[in-house]
Design a binder for this molecule. Structure first.
Ligand code: SF4
Ligand code: SF4
Length: 205
């Protein structure tokens, strides 16, 4: 006697229907994304309406005002470094990535200044604790730029006093908008050529 074909259970039916629905959805999305990718490749479209990834550095997200960008050491009205080498930032830093070597300041009224000030940005977690800890507003993270994507030299990850001070000078001279613009231009160069340029190579003046 031939074996009677078993009925498909209700659970199996639900499973099969869900699987078919899932595969159909996946196929539709795959074909849609493929079409968009071809259009972008043929330069008939700038970007996909369905892909949420920001095409950095061609596009940039609007950062909030309190965005913690790359550090800078601030200067007073006479152009002197504000930092007094009190070590509060280094003490507050959870990543222990701030290295300070203090020195005696030539002015009798000022106790110390940083002969050497370095931040190892590979260790930095951009928490901003150093900024909060500083009693004299000597360190800020208001540059609006973030770490480079492709530094050609690993030493560039260690930002010394000169780099941190220069950032303040550039910010004062050109403003945040221009600094961010130059940074994006630099990132595009990285993308295209993977070569290193300084931000101010892109700023005239
Ligand atoms: S942002 Fe945070 S981790 Fe980075 S140097 Fe400042 S305190 Fe340290
Ligand atoms: S940056 Fe501020 S907290 Fe850090 S050593 Fe200088 S004065 Fe002190």
């Amino acid at each position: 006697m031939p074996k009677k074909q078993q009925d498909i259970s209700a659970v199996d039916k639900v499973f099969i229907i869900s699987a078919i629905k899932g595969i159909t959805k996946l196929l539709i999305r795959f074909l849609r994304n493929l079409k968009e990718a071809v259009l972008i490749e043929l330069k008939l479209k700038k970007r996909s309406d369905h892909v949420v990834t920001v095409q950095y550095p061609d596009e940039i997200q609007e950062y909030p005002l309190r965005y913690r960008g790359r550090h800078r050491l601030t200067l007073d009205d006479e152009g002197n470094i504000k930092c007094t080498s009190c070590f509060l930032c280094a003490t507050a830093c959870p990543a222990k990535c701030i290295y300070i070597e203090p020195a005696q300041h030539p002015e009798p009224g000022v106790e110390k200044f940083p002969h050497r000030y370095e931040i190892d940005t590979l260790l930095c977690i951009y928490c901003g604790f150093c900024v909060e800890a500083c009693p004299v507003d000597a360190i800020r993270m208001d540059t609006g730029i973030h770490p480079d994507v492709y530094p050609s030299n690993p030493n560039n990850f260690i930002e010394d006093k000169e780099v941190l001070l220069r950032r303040s000078l550039l910010l004062k001279k050109f403003g945040r908008e221009k600094i961010v613009e130059a940074h994006l231009k630099k990132m595009k160069e990285y993308e295209q050529n993977k070569i290193f340029f300084e931000v101010n190579d892109y700023i005239n003046g």
